[in-house]
Design a protein around this ligand. Structure first.
Ligand code: DAH
Length: 336
């Protein structure tokens, strides 16, 4: 029996040494020390041995059991303390965790791109509040209460004299009151109008306003700046068309079209076969606006323009429904 015990001990020690994972080690433990394990089998035969051998064998068996318990505990620590190389300790083929990476919102992207173009031309980026006074949003911009054009800027009123701005033009007023020419600014921001929501209307959208005031600024400067802007945004080959229009805060005023960026002006579905896409309104700052901000020195003239960012983003990125911008559908936003 002594030989049997010694052999079992050697076999167990070698298997403990070779175990690479906690599971393998546990199997070794069960094999030798389990209730039906090899040690239990040997020990169960001790009572039937000759009386004089029992104590020695019992003691030896217990010593071996104790040794195996200790060796298993040691080995377990080794495995836990990463002494076994990682490849043998864990399954390296298991897929890792993946993280969702955020995306720039297409409107933010378009806004950044627009502002960067003007910044390179020397314009400063300025912002104003979304809650405005009736005076800044209308009167100072030469849009008196009874003026029919005020309907176009249909408005969310908060209470008397306070409203959600219906365009970014009031920031012109704020800026001109505080700064003397010459200056050139662009004003990105949110605007609000109680329009019924459909594929091309939203009660909230974004505009970029532009304003350049200095000595001797003419309509030619306006054309030059906008053409340069249009080429940088849509491509060198585009053309611009200025159509006479009316805005209360500019005189003369124009609506500006870009040659269709899809069909290059030949006529297609996007431009309704016209070859042109309207992208902004512009003009020379009206004397009534200069008067409202007390800019009386007549040597200063300037131009202003305003564009809708959603419309430009829709054209540039080929999006056909404005609602997609605001639904927070990750499948849409992930594409930008
Ligand atoms: N404020 C106009 C709008 O919301 C856009 C606009 C047109 C701004 C002409 C201007 C401008 O500064 O000169 O529709």
């Amino acid at each position: 029996m002594k030989e049997e015990l010694d052999n079992t001990k050697e076999a167990a020690l070698s298997e403990i040494k070779n175990a690479r994972t906690k599971d393998e080690l546990e199997n070794v433990r069960i094999k030798y020390l389990g209730r039906k394990g090899e040690m239990a089998g040997i020990i169960s035969r001790i009572p039937s041995m000759p009386q004089e051998e029992k104590p020695t064998m019992g003691r030896l068996a217990n010593e071996i059991k104790q040794l195996l318990i200790e060796e298993i505990a040691k080995k377990k620590n080794e495995i836990i303390q990463l002494k076994v190389p990682p490849a043998e300790r864990m399954d390296l083929t298991m897929p890792g965790y993946s993280f969702q990476i955020g995306h720039i919102h297409p409107i933010t992207r378009a806004l950044n791109e627009i502002c960067e173009i003007f910044t390179r031309m020397g314009f400063a980026v300025v912002e104003g509040p979304e809650i405005e006074t009736e005076y800044n949003n209308f009167e100072a911009l030469n849009i008196p209460l009874e003026h029919p054009s005020r309907d176009i800027f249909d408005t969310f009123y908060i209470r008397d004299n306070l409203l959600l701005r219906s365009h970014t033009s009031p920031v012109q007023i704020r800026y001109m009151k505080k700064h003397s020419p010459p200056f050139a600014i662009v004003v990105p921001g949110k605007v609000f109008r109680p329009d019924a929501v459909d594929a091309s209307h939203s009660f909230m959208f974004h505009q970029v306003e532009g304003l350049m005031i200095a000595e001797g600024i003419s309509f030619a400067h306006l054309k030059g700046v906008l053409l340069d802007f249009g080429r940088q945004l849509f491509g060198e080959e585009i053309r611009l068309r200025f159509r006479p229009h009316f805005f209360p805060f500019t005189e003369p005023s124009a609506e500006v079209d870009v040659s269709c960026i899809i069909c290059k002006g030949k006529g297609c579905r996007v431009c309704s076969q016209k070859g042109w896409l309207e992208i902004l309104g512009a003009g020379m700052v009206d004397p009534a606006v200069f008067k409202a901000v007390n800019l009386t020195d007549e040597k200063f003239t300037g131009f202003a323009f305003g564009m809708g960012v959603e419309r430009i983003a829709m054209l540039k990125y080929g999006i056909n429904d404005i609602r997609l911008f605001f639904e927070n559908d990750v499948r849409f936003l992930e594409q930008f």
